[in-house]
Structure formats: structure tokens, C-alpha cells
Design a protein around this ligand. Structure first.
Ligand SMILES: Cc1ncc(COP(=O)(O)O)c(C=O)c1O
Length: 358
């Protein structure tokens, strides 16, 4: 089983004999409140547009994203998910040396290894509750000559958020490329926490986002990067193939970024559900729960008599999937990650975890 990402629902449904939609997936970090109703309506009305090419300039889509992100369409590069843009950035910058905040989403290291980059890791440390020591980080940046810094903010899997004030300090000290993956930023107070306001004025700071998590659309593969016009922008913008965003992703994107009713509902419900999960987990003996600024929570089994493998297995048998976190460097086989789902599913999970430890 590929343990580097969340659940492979195709494989799991085969192994468990369950329909993909009946698996309770606490591992993929996807907003449980469904798709934007406006996006669904728009898709249904325009299904026949499969017979034409998408707009090669994606004017409407970029307009929609620019209003949502408070930037200009000229600051936007579209990609097939955040994943394509992470890869495109690494392939464009071709860093000889990179600083990677670790543990983090595995694709950064995978992409850097493809180009034989010399990677230095800077750790989110357990003894610091997985918060970043900014002075130490700046010291590391100043003492070395990195070509690229990679930051996931908030970070997967720790849920740590580097405050915008600290991102500004990093930006002031480091004049080469900074790539910030904000895939989970909408689960924070993102108008205040996002680095987009910096990126639109800095041609070396690239913010990457996707719609898979907050907008619950991993199937359409829609992502976007935001940065100021300049050499990096031009080089990355040259990479995607013509019409790389298919017309259905484009149609949904045009609507969902404007669906404020849906967006507000998600924020409101998310907070309630997060609290239910977080406080519920905190009450369970034998596990330590780390604070999170995202839609997932990192936990650690503290009792040596219990293992994550056994917990995973007991939940798996019931069609509930959590993310074992051992594959993340800096964590071990005592860690697991759980994302925020519906209240109904959270209650089922809490009940099952409680039973496991009894
Ligand atoms: C931090 C992070 N970035 C990017 C992705 C992938 O996003 P996308 O579906 O937009 O390619 C994930 C998926 O788990 C992720 O955790």
C-alpha cells in the first residue's frame, strides 16, 4: 500500500468490498461539506460544452480567482492541481541547493530529488510542539547559500502555521525563490495569514494553492500559483500545455470562487466540527493531540502498549481510514493524522478510538 499519501480509495474499496463513497476517509484532508452548489449547477447546465475547447486564456476563470485572492489575473498561473505547479516551480528554478521545512508533504522532496538537488532539512520539532523557531531558521538561511526555500503553510502533517510576520522576515532575508504551498490556508483566517499580498509584489515569492481540499474537488485537478510578473513568472507560465485545464474544471472554478454563501457555510461549519474532533480527541487517554491550524490534527500514541498499526487495522476493518504518519521524516510509528469530517463521522471515529483503547 502506498503510504506516502492519503487513502487510495480505489484500492481500499476493492480490498474492503465497500463502495468508495462508503469508506469514511479521515486521511485525505478533504472538506466534508461537499461541492459548491453554484459550481454543480453551472456544470450541469454546461455539460454539452465538452464539445468545444476551453478558452486558452482562461479569462473568466482567472477573473474569478483574482477576485477571490485579491490579486490581478496577470498574477495567476493555472495548473493541474497544486501538484503540477510544485513540479513546474522546481523544474523552472532548478535549485542546486534547497531548504525544506520538514516533516512535510512528500512531493516537494520527490520533485527536488528528480533534479538531484542538495536538500537541507529544517525540522518542525516535537519538543517545540512542531512550531518553527524563526530565529534559528533565519540563522540557517543566513549561514547558507540556498537557491530555494520550500514552505508548506499551514504545514501538512503538523498543522503548524508560520505567522505572516515571520514569512515577511524570511522574505526580507532571502532574495532567491521562496515557494509557499497554501493548499490548506483556507482552513485558517486566510485573509490575514496568506502570503498572497507579499507574492503579488515579489517576483521571487510564489504562492501555490489548489481546490482539492477546501473546495472538495480533487477530481477536477485545479490549482493556481500567484506571483508578481517577472522572469520566474514567465518561465513557469511557459511550461503548461495549451488547454491544460479541462473545460469542466474551468466551469466549476468560474463559479465556486464566487459562491460566497457556500464558502461562508464551509468556514462556519468547519470551526464547529474542528472543535468537536479536537476536544473529543483531547479527552482520550493514551494519545497526545497537537494543536492545529488546518483541517487535520496530528496525534501521537503515548502508551507503549498500543501501536498505530493496530489502531489503523481496527478502524480499517470498519471502513474508517486514518493516516499513519510514520512515513513523514521526523515522525515515527506512534503518530497518526486525522482530518475534520462531518459531525456524524467524527462521533463514529471518536467512539471507535475510545473502544480501541479500552
Ligand atoms: C500540502 C499539500 N499540497 C498539495 C497537495 C496536492 O494538492 P492538489 O490536489 O491540488 O494537487 C496536497 C495533497 O494532499 C497537500 O497535502
Amino acid at each position: 500500500m502506498n503510504n506516502n499519501h492519503g487513502a487510495n480509495l480505489y484500492e481500499l474499496s476493492h480490498n474492503l468490498g465497500l463502495n468508495k463513497t462508503n469508506i469514511i476517509d479521515f486521511s485525505s484532508n478533504i472538506n466534508p461539506f461537499g461541492l459548491s452548489p453554484k459550481a454543480i449547477e453551472s456544470l450541469q447546465k454546461n455539460i454539452h460544452l465538452a464539445s468545444i475547447y476551453p478558452d486558452p486564456d482562461y479569462k473568466e476563470l482567472k477573473k474569478s480567482i483574482s477576485e477571490y485572492c485579491h490579486c490581478f489575473p496577470k498574477n495567476i498561473i493555472l495548473g493541474s492541481g497544486a501538484t503540477e505547479l510544485i513540479s513546474a516551480t522546481v523544474k523552472t528554478v532548478l535549485p542546486k541547493t534547497a531548504l525544506l521545512l520538514t516533516p512535510a508533504y512528500s512531493e516537494y522532496e520527490k520533485e527536488l530529488n528528480k533534479i538531484n538537488c542538495n536538500i537541507t532539512k529544517f525540522y518542525y520539532k516535537k519538543e517545540n510542539q512542531f512550531n518553527i523557531d524563526i530565529l534559528n531558521l533565519i540563522n540557517t538561511i543566513e549561514k547558507n547559500d540556498f537557491d530555494l526555500i520550500v514552505i508548506c503553510n499551514p504545514n501538512n502533517p503538523t498543522g503548524t502555521l508560520i505567522p505572516i510576520g515571520d514569512i515577511k522576515i524570511i522574505e526580507e532575508k532571502f532574495k532567491k525563490t521562496i515557494m509557499i504551498d497554501e493548499t490548506y490556508i483556507e482552513f485558517t483566517d486566510f485573509e490575514k495569514t496568506s502570503a498572497i499580498s507579499l507574492a503579488i509584489n515579489n517576483p521571487n515569492l510564489i504562492v501555490i494553492r489548489g481546490t482539492s481540499k477546501f473546495f472538495a474537488t480533487p477530481g477536477i485537478r485545479l490549482g493556481y500559483a500567484i506571483l508578481a510578473q517577472g522572469e520566474l513568472f514567465n518561465k513557469i507560465n511557459r511550461l503548461p500545455n495549451l488547454w491544460n485545464i479541462n473545460i469542466f474544471a474551468s466551469i466549476m472554478g468560474e463559479s465556486m470562487f464566487k459562491d460566497t454563501e457556500y464558502i461562508n457555510m464551509c468556514h462556519l461549519k468547519f470551526e464547529e466540527n474542528f472543535n468537536l474532533l479536537f476536544l473529543g480527541l483531547k479527552k482520550i487517554e493514551n494519545i497526545k493531540v497537537y494543536n492545529s491550524n488546518s483541517n487535520f490534527i496530528l496525534c501521537e500514541i503515548t502508551n507503549p502498549n498500543f501501536s498505530v498499526d493496530n489502531l489503523y487495522l481496527s478502524l480499517y476493518k470498519k471502513g474508517i481510514i486514518i493516516r499513519k504518519a510514520e512515513s513523514f521524516e521526523g515522525l515515527n510509528n506512534k503518530f497518526f493524522r486525522i482530518c475534520v469530517l462531518t459531525k456524524e463521522h467524527i462521533k463514529i471515529l471518536l467512539n471507535e478510538i475510545n473502544n480501541f483503547f479500552k
